[in-house]
Write a new protein. Sequence first.
Length: 181
Amino acid sequence: MEFKAHIEKLVEAANWSKWKRQIELLLRHHDVHDVVCGDRECPRLPAEASAEAIAAYEKAQKAFIKDDSLAQLILVGNMDDSNAELTSVCNTAKSVWEKLLSVYEQSSGQRLDHLMEKFFRSEKELEDDIASHIAKLQRNFSELNDELRRVAKTTLPDLLQSCLHCHQNILSSRVFGSQFP
């Protein structure tokens, strides 16, 4: 069975978060996420290698280059022209990814400040129902924790997210007419 995914092209910062998540899932599906994030690197030939070691190296290098090319195709194929141009000087999937992160996620400190403000100032939009609003809060909580884990090696307790759910339940009850003391 053929796998097909429809991913909206990366245009600007407006769809970065959703695009990033979908691309990460697609990269994992194709077993190349580790190439993009740098967990797997191009193999190196040992200085004093036997004929067998050279053959194994060449095979591993060829597989890596193939996976890196697939990852680059996934990334660049899901960008608009301006982002493709932005990353045109990148020669590896990892360098493409790092360029996008540097553009759309600012420096770690700035991003952390932005995510904290976004999370703690969250308000329900008029057009959102309660489920949509809670989903946005959960996404913001997850993004904030990911950045806290990366930058400060810590996270916000899940208890905080639970408190927000309780608060939302109270608000939704008020919206639907229940009275609280």
